[in-house]
Design a protein around this ligand. Structure first.
Ligand code: NAD
Length: 510
């Protein structure tokens, strides 16, 4: 058992553990005097207190990274590959420990937490191919006796700022490609569930990653601002809500950084009249309520076209009483609590808001929430939701699924395309021609055809359109490699006295 895993044993014994930074290969206690509470959402009790970094503490992490960068970027590709295979094995061996930390602080059920770790590991597996990913191009004899070639080099110190909902996987989307490309990394994880990041740091050290290449600073806006304004940080990746993504993009770029900032979402699932309604209902329940709706790729709006609606509502209604809500550590549970009491209350308030706005509350999750102090809410279903309602416009980020009814495919596509978000979208149909037209028409970054949560596999890149992404490059996959490197083109000639002469003209290739 490592230090962090040990802390979890203590927490379960009712103690509040202190969660500190990880700088230069060791745990560093915060000295800012600021900190925040971490809860076990299933029990509704505080289990940790996380240190919040000051600008000076962020700077200490950046200096550790800066000091380690030059020798890390010189490490051969074959050694980096070897290390990434070790990292993959170690994280894989400790996947269950990581998942337990996620369940204890986030609340998601253990099977879902294991799924999160598995999807993150796929990004690390992709990074094991770093020699292939960093290959450049070569043009022999671009001009007589002259060759031209391109190489990609790391940026230096880069940072990641991550949300509460995927405390292990989203950091892996960032640190794995960043480090494989030869950068040094500073992570600022969510202050709501910070322990998985420190545990990851311990495992990376054990795998043999040099000290200073992976650092963790905890905190809130003060730490984020210190990252965005730091002159020695070359790039920042952000995943979180849209208002903060926009702020991070604008502040980071105005300080000369390369920034990719992934924001929030309102993901529509369109169900056409010819769809397999039973399959669509299974998908809607899984994608709407999995992880208590706290996924940026969760389906939050069902758009039922024509006569699909009544059948679909009935099929979903049949399934809802069977969804088992409870402590994520219980293998019987299918949906855990929400991350904090405040968030649970905010999500629950949308049920009344929907009713006031004219929607029909088909199922009210407040009536089925388990007893106790946990931050629970049962599954809720709202029918007759209209685009002008807050329950349609807002990203609720909880187990509240809305249904809107339209008459035609064109109306359904218009709803998606007029929505300010453009993360994921799905269509359920048996008609391949319509599905193909949909993929052509729709304004969103990730499209599912009879697949409700189309998170791209690790060798493609993840990202939305419109207010779901600020910046040009999507995250992980080939675009992740591009984000964490910059190109250089070399034009080379070897001395040949026979062709050497003074020529003040602009270099010609013919
Ligand atoms: P959040 O925006 O509140 O927090 C994200 C990060 O920003 C955290 O590290 C937090 O400490 C920091 N932060 C919060 N307020 C800040 C401020 N005022 N200034 C600077 N930094 C600040 O998001 P969250 O609640 O942790 O996560 C849920 C959100 O993330 C949802 O909107 C969800 O859709 C989104 N998300 C998007 C994706 C995606 O890939 N597009 C993936 C996961 C989550």
């Amino acid at each position: 058992m490592t230090e962090v895993a040990d802390q979890f044993t203590e927490e379960q014994a009712g103690q509040i553990s202190r969660i500190s930074h990880w700088i230069g290969g060791r745990c560093v206690e915060g000295a800012s005097g600021r900190s925040g509470p971490v809860y076990n959402p299933a029990l509704g009790v505080q289990t940790g207190e996380v240190d919040f970094a000051s600008a000076e503490e962020v700077d200490a992490a950046v200096q550790a990274a800066k000091g380690a960068f030059e020798s890390w970027r010189s490490v051969s590709l074959s050694r980096r590959t070897e290390l990434f295979f070790r990292i993959r094995e170690l994280l894989h061996d400790h996947a269950e420990d990581i998942a337990k930390i996620l369940t204890a602080e986030h609340g998601k059920v253990l099977s879902d937490a294991k799924g999160e770790v598995a999807r993150g590991l796929e990004v690390i597996e992709f990074c094991c191919g770093i020699p292939e990913l960093l290959k450049g191009g070569f043009s022999e004899q671009a001009s007589t006796g002259i060759d031209v070639y391109s190489i990609r080099q790391p940026l230096g110190v880069v940072a990641g700022i991550t949300p509460f909902n995927f405390p292990a996987m989203v950091p892996m989307w960032m640190w794995a490609p960043a480090i494989a490309c030869g950068n040094a990394f500073v992570l600022k994880p969510s202050e709501k569930d910070p322990s998985a990041s420190v545990y990851t740091a311990e495992l990376l050290k054990e795998a043999g990653l040099p000290d200073g290449i992976f650092n963790v600073v905890h905190g809130d806006k003060a730490a984020v601002d210190a990252i965005l304004e730091h002159p020695d940080i070359a790039a920042a990746s952000f995943v979180g809500s849209t208002p903060i993504a926009r702020y991070v993009y604008e502040t980071g770029t105005s300080h000369g950084k390369r920034v990719q900032a992934l924001g929030g979402a309102k993901n529509h699932m369109i169900v056409l009249p010819d769809a397999d309604i039973e399959m669509a209902a299974d998908a809607a329940v899984s994608a709407g309520y999995g992880s208590a709706g706290e996924r940026c790729m969760a389906v939050s709006m069902l758009v039922a076209v024509g006569h699909a609606a009544d059948e679909l509502v009935e099929a979903i209604q049949d399934r809802l009483p069977k969804v088992k809500v409870g402590d994520g550590m219980n293998p019987e549970s299918e949906m855990g609590p929400l991350v904090t009491r405040e968030h649970r209350d905010k999500v629950a308030s949308y049920i009344d808001r929907g009713r006031e706005e004219g929607a029909t509350v088909v199922t009210d999750g407040r009536e089925t929430a388990p007893d106790g102090n946990g931050f629970y809410l049962g599954v809720s279903l709202l029918d007759g939701v209209k685009p002008e309602m807050d329950v349609y416009k807002d990203e609720i980020f909880g187990p509240v699924l809305g249904i809107t009814r339209v008459d035609t495919y064109d109306e359904a596509v218009r709803l998606v395309n007029e929505n300010p978000y453009g993360n994921g979208v799905a269509i359920f149909t048996r008609d391949g021609g319509v599905a193909r037209q949909f993929q052509f028409d729709v304004k969103a970054g990730m499209v599912g055809v009879n697949v409700p949560i189309p998170v791209p596999v690790a060798y493609y890149s993840f990202g939305g359109w419109k207010s779901s992404l600020f910046g040009d490059l999507h995250i992980y996959g080939p675009e992740g490699i591009q984000f964490y490197t910059r190109g250089k083109v070399v034009t080379a000639r070897w001395p040949d006295p026979a062709t050497s002469k003074v020529d003040l003209g602009f270099p010609q290739t013919r």
